[in-house]
Design a protein around this ligand. Structure first.
Ligand code: PEP
Ligand code: MN
Length: 360
């Protein structure tokens, strides 16, 4: 699928002077809860009111949503507050009901994007709709699955498309509930620069105290909007209690965010600079992460050498590595001098690590 300018139209037509904001509870719990949160968000910058009514839970036994009943509550939200509404759909039956009840925006959850069969079923059920449809990234860090989901919808004639970056599941320990892997979102933007991209800091962080920081990174990376789970009593929410914020915290977060204004040339320069710096930060973090991983492998080699009583420094092997890296560096425009300096420093650190292990 080629990138199409028309994909931006729905967002451009909104003429917003701030990023698109989608907010509301993780789950619709009761009619009173849904309406109360909607009323508290009514006079804020929130553009779409979200509430999950069919909840995909990783393990059974947790609250699985109120189901179709919640569609009536979302209709009431629209009647009483004038806010547009959205919910997650995960199969053809959900799509049929959501369209019947005139939900304004539908999103496809991370656990559905992973399945091409489900994506195709949803795309077929949505065929030709002019509703806005947003595709969350798949649970696993697989760019093709995400792009594939968008392509299936586009092929079904759905033009008002967008994507939501909600982070990726990982087995590694992390401060995030779902690691952002920002470089993947950047790659996604490069593939579809005109497709609106929304960040979901709630599911990335799993922690309300980190929402502002992740939202700011997203805006610095030119994301078009934010989806933030909001509840009047987050601690007692029936799902995702740790990550939801109150309506007043949401308003404060929106105030604290540095939002770029594209009309001012000075601001435009600053925003471009922030964007590039945010990209550098992403890459620098990856470098540190990789160096840490490399040292762990070196530690493993140290242990092995200790067991076999082998010398730490193996000159032949080291010269081979250096020669290979100089060539690899050259292909990427990196000078021999730089490669030698950098790898000597890395090697030095590995030797220090291994010496420690052997002498312990
Ligand atoms: C949600 O938005 O509440 C949700 C279930 O999200 P995800 O699909 O990103 O896990
Ligand atoms: Mn949630």
């Amino acid at each position: 699928m080629e990138n199409k300018k028309e994909m931006r139209t729905w967002l451009d037509d909104m003429n917003l002077d701030h990023p698109l904001v989608i907010a509301g509870p993780c789950s619709a719990e009761t009619e009173e809860q849904v309406l109360r949160i909607a009323h508290e968000l009514k006079d804020t910058d929130v553009n779409y009111y979200r509430a999950g009514i069919w909840k995909p839970r990783t393990r059974p036994g947790n609250f699985e949503g109120v189901g179709a009943l919640g569609l009536k509550w979302l209709q009431k939200v629209k009647e009483e507050t004038g806010m547009k509404t959205c919910t997650e759909v995960a199969n053809a039956a959900h799509v049929k009901l959501a369209l019947e009840y005139d939900v304004d925006l539908l999103w496809i959850g991370a656990r559905s994007t992973v399945s091409p069969f489900i994506m195709q079923e949803i795309a077929d059920a949505l065929e030709g709709t002019d509703k806005i449809v947003l595709v969350k990234n798949p649970v696993n860090p697989d760019l093709s699955l995400w792009l594939g989901g968008i392509e299936r919808l586009y092929s079904a004639g759905i033009k008002n498309l967008g994507a939501i970056h909600r982070g990726f599941s990982t087995y590694e320990k992390s401060k995030y509930r779902n690691i952002p892997e920002w470089q993947l979102a950047i790659e996604f933007q490069n593939r579809f620069p005109d497709l609106p991209l929304i960040n979901d800091p709630s599911h990335i962080t799993g922690n309300r105290d980190m929402i502002l920081e992740v939202s700011q990174t997203a805006l610095d990376l030119n994301f078009d909007g934010l989806m933030i789970e909001t509840h009047f009593d987050p601690e007692n929410a029936w799902s995702d209690a740790a990550q939801q914020v109150t309506p007043s915290s949401l308003v404060q977060i929106m105030k604290d965010l540095k939002i770029r204004k594209e009309s001012d040339p000075e601001a435009e320069y600053n925003s471009e600079l922030n964007n590039l710096r945010a990209q550098i930060d992403v890459v620098d973090n990856q470098i540190i992460d990789l160096l840490g991983k490399r040292m762990k492998v070196a530690d493993g080699i140290g242990l092995l050498k200790k067991e076999k009583n082998v010398a730490v420094l193996q000159n032949k092997r080291w010269n081979e590595i250096l020669g290979k890296m100089v060539l690899e560096g050259d292909e990427r425009g990196l000078s021999e001098e730089f490669i030698l300096k950098m790898f000597k420093a890395i090697h030095q650190e590995s030797i220090i690590h291994q010496e420690k292990i052997i002498n312990n």
